[in-house]
Design a protein around this ligand. Structure first.
Ligand SMILES: Cc1ncc(COP(=O)(O)O)c(C=O)c1O
Length: 390
């Protein structure tokens, strides 16, 4: 019987540890030496665990890769990358070639859009952006050149949920590869491979590492036919996640279920409170009833994490700045997924091609592990500053 995901979070990858020590060591290595030619050749020919040169991976990297793969439930190994964006780049470059067309969700993370519009465009690969609400209607967008559909759910900054099941079923019927950025949910709360998706990407920088102290990405896939090309592309591009970052990723996994239950509980409290604030026009947190994407979230997800958004009534950038500048418990920062709360004004960063950009100011909050009551008091004082300067 398959072990519960909480058990896998605790145990996966630990067989790489030695001497009875609980955690695998951090192997800082470039050179690996061998006693014999036969041993050297055997290591070189093992694409999974061959330790023969630092760039191809160390036991610390393999432990992290195996642990995340076991959580997603597809092929037994994943490909670790030096960042989340590197995981996205490696995946797109594995499958796409000149003349191909990529269907990319319009609400994708900004730097993913930047990669498509520059690197892929320069290679003669066309990106067509599609509405996150497309569902099974995605079939109508397929052309003979369409090779891959990329999803991200919920969408960056505006939190639209995608009907991954419907999109994946439509793509499969046309032999089109499906890829999803699953960073927001983590494998604890959503496992897209179980819903037919071919490749799943995580910016492990966020919740998997969980402490805002490492850059790391990881690519999981449904079977070996995807794994080997992904691994080869990663290596050919010189991708090399550090053993230290992989160690931190592995350590983060051990407490993921405990941390995320708290993030979820705190975020739900803050989101429900935000919904009642006069200054707030709309809250974007799919776990909250009455918000965008709640139906899909209830159908497909086992939980929600700590990242949410809100649209305000005001369109004054200065008023939003007055609110955010004085916050005591929220740092102003671009990332999320650590233990700490963060706030970010987002309207200037929302790029869309086929869906609209919100007409008034928006913000993103990462709800951390502090007391939600303290966070709410901090935000309440912020809304008073906002009202005074509006
Ligand atoms: C949804 C999403 N995907 C990917 C990334 C990129 O991850 P990294 O910063 O590790 O490159 C981010 C970073 O913020 C993100 O929010």
């Amino acid at each position: 019987m398959a072990k519960h995901i909480k058990t896998r979070l605790t145990e996966a990858g630990r067989q790489y540890a030695e001497h009875g020590i609980v955690n695998p060591a951090i192997y800082n290595a470039s050179t690996v030496t061998f006693e014999t030619v036969a041993a050297l050749e055997a290591a070189t020919q093992n694409p999974l665990d061959g330790v023969y040169y630092g760039r191809y991976g160390t036991p610390t990297v393999f432990a992290f890769e195996e642990a995340v793969a076991s959580l997603e439930g597809g092929f037994s190994r994943a490909v670790a990358t030096s960042s989340g964006l590197a995981a996205i780049a490696v995946t797109l470059l594995t499958y796409l070639k000149q003349g191909d067309e990529l269907l990319m969700v319009d609400t994708v993370y900004g730097p993913t859009r930047g990669f498509c519009d520059t690197v892929l465009a320069n290679m003669g690969i066309t990106t067509r952006y599609y509405d996150p609400d497309v569902g099974e209607g995605v079939s109508a967008l397929f052309s003979p050149q369409t090779r891959l559909v990329f999803m991200e759910s919920p969408g960056s900054l505006t939190f639209e949920m995608q009907d991954v099941k419907a999109i994946t079923a439509a793509a499969k019927a046309h032999n089109i590869i499906t890829v999803i950025d699953n960073t927001w949910a983590t494998p604890l709360f959503y496992r897209p491979i179980e819903h037919g998706v071919d490749v799943v990407i995580h910016a492990a920088t966020k919740y998997l590492v969980g402490h805002a102290d490492a850059m790391l990405g990881v690519i999981c896939c449904s079977d070996e036919s995807h794994f080997l090309p992904l691994k080869k592309t990663a290596i050919r591009l010189g991708n090399c996640p550090g053993s230290e970052a992989c160690y931190l990723g592995l350590r983060g996994l051990r407490t993921l279920s405990a941390r995320l239950q708290q993030h979820q509980q705190h975020a739900l409290e803050v989101a429900s409170w935000l919904q009642q604030q006069e200054a707030v026009a709309e809250v974007w947190y799919p776990a909250l009833a009455g918000t965008r994407g709640h139906e899909i979230w209830s159908r497909d997800y086992e939980g929600a994490t700590g990242l949410l958004g809100a649209r305000l009534h005001t369109n004054s950038k200065a008023a939003l700045a007055a609110m955010l500048d004085g916050l005591e418990h929220f740092g102003l920062g671009y990332s999320w997924g650590g233990y700490e709360s963060l706030a970010l004004p987002t309207l200037g960063g929302i790029q869309r091609s086929v869906t609209g950009v919100p007409a008034t100011q928006t913000l993103r909050l990462h709800i951390g592990l502090e007391s939600p009551q303290d966070l709410i008091e901090d935000l309440a004082a912020g809304f008073e500053r906002l009202a005074l300067s509006a």
